[in-house]
Unconditional design. Structure first.
Length: 66
């Protein structure tokens, strides 16, 4: 459980960095994001999720990354 909480904390830190470092650029980017077709956003989200699942699988089940 400690590992999971630490991981969530690290994700929050990484997600917050662009907002702290470049708040104006993030506002502009978020405005542009609202103009993108929701179907494209869904596909991009699924690709990101699939990539994350693949990375988790590779690091937990194989000896590929040491």
């Amino acid at each position: 459980m400690n590992y999971l909480i630490t991981l969530v904390g690290l994700v929050l830190i990484l997600e917050a960095l662009p907002y702290v470092a470049f708040p104006e650029a993030m506002q502009n980017w978020l405005k542009q994001l609202t103009e993108i077709n929701p179907a494209i956003l869904r596909i991009l989200g699924l690709l990101a999720m699939g990539t994350g699942l693949l990375l988790c699988y590779i690091t937990q089940r194989t000896d590929w990354i040491q």
